[in-house]
Ligand binder design. Structure first.
Ligand SMILES: Nc1nc2c(c(=O)[nH]1)N[C@H]1C(S)=C(S)[C@@H](COP(=O)(O)O)O[C@H]1N2
Ligand SMILES: [Mo]
Length: 260
């Protein structure tokens, strides 16, 4: 394996990520993802520039491919390709709850004192009250949420388009990333193209009513074009940036782009 500066700087993180990727029983998903792109182990070796002859090398190669996949998914992503929508009759009831903790630990956020923080590459860093978000044009969508843990469910979310919100705060729309901090210490970041996708909603409602705490009160970023773990609940801070930040599950080996 050649030792570029990139590799030396990232080798440790890459191996740690790859190890947890494998330990998390992701191999099936990842293998499917790699196979879908026509990759074999030999091809993996070619692409990564490594001879796959030990597991650490294989893991590092896998992580390089995962990063490569982020890039490819970004290129393939189209703002005009819409995720499927469904009739209300297909909504999954009860809709599953999921978080990195149990339902008894769901954060309860006070609606009246809540202020959404917006920082980074935006011209207006004023904090937003929930009523102000409700004053933006509202959209409703019935879409499928897919969790990598092996389930999917159809739900109905409503709220402003995230792109409208970003324009309202004067965000630099040429910035690369938008990051999210949540009331339960969850965090994630997404690419700007997905942030501006017409189906990406800053969801305030679930099934026609304010988001219940378990589904992410006071707001959740709902992206039917991304896997469940990329959809942050309980958002309290949003930042626009050119600096790459990963996320709670992404730091443990899940693919960063996380397209579905
Ligand atoms: N703040 C926060 N957001 C989160 C999570 C979390 O633990 N905390 N879990 C993610 C995962 S893995 C899934 S599948 C969905 C679950 O959302 P639901 O409870 O509405 O089904 O939330 C995502 N967003
Ligand atoms: Mo998930």
């Amino acid at each position: 394996m050649s030792t570029s500066i990139w590799q030396r700087e990232n080798a440790e993180a890459v191996v740690a990520e790859a190890r947890s990727l494998l330990a998390k029983q992701l191999p099936l998903t990842s293998r499917r993802r790699f196979l879908a792109r026509g990759l074999t182990l030999g091809g993996l070796g070619l692409l990564s520039g490594c001879r796959i002859d030990d597991s650490a090398t294989a893991e590092a190669a896998l992580m390089r491919i995962s990063r490569f996949n982020d890039q490819v998914q970004g290129w393939l992503f189209s703002s005009s390709r819409l995720a499927p929508t469904y009739p209300d009759s297909m909504i999954t009831r009860p809709f599953p709850f999921n978080a990195f903790y149990g339902e008894d630990k769901v954060p309860h956020v006070d609606a009246t004192s809540f202020l959404l923080e917006v920082t980074g590459l935006v011209s207006d860093k004023r904090r937003w009250r929930l009523q102000e978000l409700r004053a933006l044009p509202q959209y409703t969508q019935v879409t499928r949420h897919i969790c990598v843990e092996g389930w999917s469910a159809i739900g109905k979310w409503g709220g402003p388009r995230f792109g409208d919100f970003l324009r309202a705060v004067g965000a630099d729309l040429s910035a690369r990333y938008v990051g999210f901090q949540c009331a339960d210490d969850y965090y994630t970041s997404i690419d700007m193209a997905t942030a501006l996708h017409p189906q990406t909603l800053l969801a305030l409602d679930w099934d026609g009513r304010p988001l219940p705490p378990k589904y992410g009160f006071p707001m959740k970023l709902r992206m039917p074009t991304k896997l469940g773990y990329k959809n942050p609940k309980h958002i309290h801070a949003i930042f626009v940036s050119n600096t790459f930040n990963r996320g709670y599950w992404e730091d443990q080996g899940y693919n960063w782009f996380g397209g579905s």
